[in-house]
Design a protein around this ligand. Structure first.
Ligand SMILES: NC(=O)c1ccc[n+]([C@@H]2O[C@H](COP(=O)([O-])OP(=O)(O)OC[C@H]3O[C@@H](n4cnc5c(N)ncnc54)[C@H](O)[C@@H]3O)[C@@H](O)[C@H]2O)c1
Length: 315
C-alpha cells in the first residue's frame, strides 16, 4: 500500500510516536522511529507494526537509538526535546531544545543529505531556524508546520459556534509564529462564502482569537505533565504527502539576517507540499496588511528575539 518512501521520526514520545503511528496506519511510508531512551522506540515500533494486519498497512516500522537505519530518509520529522508543563511558555524550552535539535540535525543530515527536515520541537519557529542553520539546506527543505495546527485550532473553535457547517467549510488562516503572538486573520475568514464577521459577533470573535493563541496552553493546563499531541502529530504525518486545500499556507524559513527580511517572510505564506521543491502561487495578505501588519510585526520580533538568544548562546 505504501509508495516506497521513507520517513524518520526522531523522538518516540507523545508527538513522535503518534505521528509515526499515523504515517504507518495510512501506509504513506516506511518509518524509522529514533529516541535516546533504550528500548522505547523499538517497543513502540513493534507495537505499531503489529497493528498492520488490522489497519491494512504493509509499511514497515523499526525503532532505533542510533541513526544508521535512517539513511536515505525522504523526510525527517524532529520531535525530540522537552515539552512544556503548566506555567511554562514555549520559549522556556529554548536552550535545552536548541542543543537537542542541533545534535539531531547533525546526525540525520549525515545519513540523509537530501532529506526534508520537518521540525516540530518547540519553540517551533526558533527550532526551524536552528535546523535551517545547522543543516545548510535550502529553505525549501526545512519546513515548519504550525500554520496547519494553529489554523486547525482556530477553525475548530469557530465551528463550535453552532455555524451548522462542516469544519471543512471554514476557510481561515493563522499567520505569524507559533507562539502567543500568532495572528488569526479574522478579516479573511470565510464560512460558506460569508465573512465570519457577519456570522459571529465581535466579542465572541475576540474570545476565539484569544483561545486560539492560548490553544497549546489550554491543553498543557489540563494534562499537567505534558503538552498536546493528537492534533500536533497530524501535520507532520500528512502535509508532506497530502497538501490540503484549506490549509494553504506555511511559514517560509530563512535566517532572519535583518529586521526587514524577517518581517517580509513572516508576512508571506505560500501553499506548499513538504518534500517537494515545487511550490504553488504565493498568497500574500495584502488586503489585510494594514490591520494585521502590527501584530505580525510583533510576532516576527518575538521569533527574532529567540533566534538572537540562540545565536548569543553559541550552542
Ligand atoms: N510544534 C508544535 O505544534 C508542537 C506541538 C506539541 C508539542 N511540540 C513539541 O514537541 C516536542 C515533543 O513533545 P512530546 O509531547 O512528544 O514530548 P515527550 O516528552 O513525550 O517526547 C520527547 C521525546 O524526545 C526524546 N529525546 C530527547 N532528547 C533526544 C535526543 N537527543 N535524541 C532523540 N530523542 C530525544 C525523549 O526521550 C522523549 O521520548 C516538545 O518540544 C513539544 O514542546 C510541538
Amino acid at each position: 500500500m505504501h509508495n516506497g518512501s521513507k520517513v524518520t521520526v526522531v523522538g518516540a514520545g507523545n508527538v513522535g510516536a503518534t505521528a509515526a503511528q499515523r504515517i504507518f496506519d495510512k501506509g504513506y511510508a516506511d518509518v524509522v522511529l529514533v529516541d535516546i531512551v533504550d528500548g522505547l522506540p523499538q517497543g513502540k515500533a513493534v507495537d505499531i507494526l503489529e497493528s498492520g494486519p488490522v489497519s491494512g498497512s504493509d509499511a514497515s516500522i523499526v525503532g532505533a537509538n542510533t541513526y544508521e537505519e535512517t539513511a536515505g530518509s525522504d523526510v525527517v520529522v524532529i520531535t525530540s526535546g522537552i515539552a512544556r508543563k503548566p506555567g511554562m511558555s514555549r520559549d522556556d524550552l529554548l536552550l535545552t531544545n536548541m542543543k537537542i535539535v542541533t545534535s539531531v540535525v547533525n546526525e540525520v543530515v549525515a545519513q540523509s543529505p537530501d532529506t526534508v527536515l520537518m521540525p516540530v520541537t518547540n519553540p517551533l519557529d526558533a527550532m526551524a531556524q536552528r535546523a535551517f542553520q545547522v543543516s545548510g539546506f535550502p529553505k525549501q527543505r526545512v519546513v515548519g508546520m504550525p500554520d496547519i495546527l494553529d489554523t486547525a485550532r482556530f477553525r475548530t473553535f469557530l465551528a463550535m459556534e453552532r455555524l451548522d457547517v462542516s469544519v471543512e467549510s471554514i476557510d481561515a488562516w493563522v499567520l505569524g509564529g507559533h507562539g502567543d503572538s500568532m495572528v488569526p486573520v479574522v478579516g479573511s475568514t470565510i464560512v460558506g462564502g460569508q465573512p465570519i464577521s457577519k456570522l459571529i459577533p465581535k466579542g465572541r470573535l475576540d474570545a476565539i482569537v484569544k483561545r486560539t493563541q492560548d490553544g497549546g496552553a489550554e491543553i498543557v493546563n489540563y494534562l499537567k505533565t505534558g503538552s498536546a499531541y493528537y492534533a500536533p502529530s497530524l501535520p507532520p504525518s500528512s502535509r508532506w504527502s497530502r497538501p490540503s486545500s484549506s490549509t494553504r499556507s506555511r511559514l517560509s524559513l530563512a535566517p532572519p539576517t535583518s529586521k526587514a527580511s524577517t518581517d517580509r517572510r513572516t508576512l508571506r505564506r505560500s501553499p506548499g507540499q513538504a518534500g517537494s521543491e515545487r511550490r504553488g502561487r504565493d498568497h500574500r495578505v495584502r488586503p489585510h496588511r494594514r490591520r494585521i501588519g502590527r501584530p505580525l510585526q510583533r510576532s516576527a520580533d518575538a521569533v527574532r528575539e529567540l533566534v538572537e538568544v540562540m545565536d548569543n548562546a553559541n550552542g
